[in-house]
Design a binder for this molecule. Sequence first.
Ligand code: COA
Length: 322
Amino acid sequence: MKYSRLVSTGRALPRQLVTNEELARTHGLDTSDQWIVERTGIRTRYRAAPDENATTLGEQAARQALETGGWAAEDLDLIIMGTTSSELMFPNSAVLLQAKLGIPGVPAFSVEAVCSGFLYALSVADQFIRSGQAARVLVVGAETFSRFVDPRDRSTSILFGDGAGAVLLEAADEPGIMVTRLHADGRYAELLYFPSGPGRNFRSMQNDYLIMQGSRVFKIAVQKLGDVLEETLRAANVTKEQIDWLVPHQANLRIIEALAHRLELPMNRVVVTVDQHANTSSASVPLALDIAIRDGRIQRGDLLMLEAFGGGFTWGAALIRY
Ligand code: COA
């Protein structure tokens, strides 16, 4: 039996850091640092400049993961990218990243599941490794979600930031990734969506912005994520007490706290980066993972629970022995 082992991680953030005060002042928003911190936990976020996008940020994160893992790009036999902000409509950013890494012929594709994109991509990579179709896989979550929000809308513009995270997976005799669980429910599409695309109002796309019913998203996220955490534990035959670290999707500190409570996990066993990065969509989980591995909190042998929730809705979790 083959499993996927997590070899190394990497991350990248745009150059520009924006505080709550700066965001409110620049766009004349009727909000305050206090409101944003109390309701979301967010203090700062990074915003991509015109020359920064999912491909460039993904490349930086990927190169850091390769260097840390001691791999050359030529060692890879598959690239999967979780992104909903591909630099172009096509080719997708995974293919553009493959070209930047200089490895023609290596299969590359992206998985578009909004904020669950990295969890979906990780799960697909795991299936490729388990089936013997790939042995050394780069999985990237990279987004420039700040470009989807109306900078004058206080209810959405404060929430999102840009960034990328990457992991390398390799085939191993022991897990590694123990269990992944994915879900979607398209009946909720109207609670969080972008109102144009190639199939609808394509030409108006540059004037459109993300639409969200925040408080409904909040409640459903807490419920669905709580359920998938328990489902994942059951599938792996693992108890809550055995989890060393929760590495959650970084959308709102209050959602993260509710899930930690459901797992009966103290907050000092939860990786929180939403204060620094805001919601970076599919980059948020690999960014948080990389930070906690590099600062030494997450150690080899630790049991990690990853989870994410996004528009669609899509959601999922992964239990990993690091
Ligand atoms: N500053 C000040 N007031 C704000 C504000 C801001 N940045 N954003 C919204 N408000 C106001 C609203 O206009 C509303 O005012 P009203 O009562 O006069 O209509 C009031 O705050 C309460 O709005 P509500 O949406 O109920 O607040 P909330 O406590 O639910 O917090 C969110 C709003 C968006 C922070 C919260 O719902 C949330 O985080 N939801 C999840 C969003 C998410 O994670 N999306 C991505 C999923 S991947």
